[in-house]
Design a protein around this ligand. Structure first.
Ligand code: SAH
Length: 221
């Protein structure tokens, strides 16, 4: 992709992106690290060309297979909550989808591991992450309810599809020393939870009421 396409023009230009960032700040996102990264990551390359014009609106957008790229405010909120305990080395994301949240995380933590169950989404996400030279991202095609046991423990785990309850495997793969899990839980509407692990103790708080696509089992090739 040519540099000009990454920079964007018109509805994908710097000015349009600045408006989104101002809006996120007005809505209560305070982390300047998160806001600056979201100003830089070109969200318009994570959606189909026909939707690129809408990439800097604060809304979820379809990415195919009945899935969506998350609303920017929710991406910012979840990222801020994950990072609020201090710098993170290793983060696991469940639900790569378009790869946008993966790209945002890649700028803020050392290594990002991301699991997706739909192969065609993963293939597109991988090529976008390469285009942006985000080589600290590692993708796996798998059912993310299992986490990524071979790479555990994680300082942070972010789940971008909603299970009915917190999968115990994900709790087990949190680092014992303050590992943080951000996860939507529930059916139609969900509570966005932050869980912090200390040893075998798990402290939980509700961050927001949210609406995510459901976490489903099995892999689609
Ligand atoms: N973080 C993504 C959000 C995509 S929507 C983005 O920024 O674009 C949620 C994604 O979770 C979908 O791609 C869906 O296929 C995936 N998903 C749902 N259940 C899953 C599971 N059990 N394991 C892995 N991925 C899953």
């Amino acid at each position: 992709m040519r540099d000009a396409e990454l920079k964007g023009i018109g509805m994908t230009s710097r000015r349009t992106r600045d408006r989104l960032i101002n809006r996120l700040a007005q809505q209560g996102i305070t982390s300047s690290d998160v806001l600056e990264v979201m100003r830089e990551v070109p969200r318009h390359i994570f959606v189909d060309e026909a939707l690129a014009q809408r990439a800097y609106e604060d809304t979820a957008l379809p990415i195919g297979h009945s899935q969506t790229i998350s609303q920017p405010y929710i991406v910012a909120l979840m990222t801020e909550a994950l990072l609020a305990g201090g710098a993170l080395n290793k983060v696991l994301e469940i639900g790569t989808g378009s790869g946008y949240q993966t790209a945002v995380l890649a700028h803020l933590v050392k290594q990002v591991y991301s699991v997706e169950r739909i192969q065609s989404l993963q293939v597109k996400a991988r090529s976008r992450l390469r285009r942006l030279s985000l080589y600290n991202t590692h993708l796996m095609l798998s059912d993310g309810t299992m986490g990524w046991p071979g790479r555990a423990p994680f300082d942070g785990i972010m789940v971008t599809a909603a299970p009915g309850k917190v999968p115990v495997e994900l709790l087990e793969q949190l680092s014992e020393d303050g590992g943080r899990l951000v996860i939507p839980v529930g059916d139609f509407h969900q509570d966005l939870l932050l869980v912090v692990r200390r040893g075998q103790a798990f402290r939980q708080e509700v961050l927001e009421l949210v609406r995510f696509v459901p976490m489903l089992s099995g892999v689609i090739r």
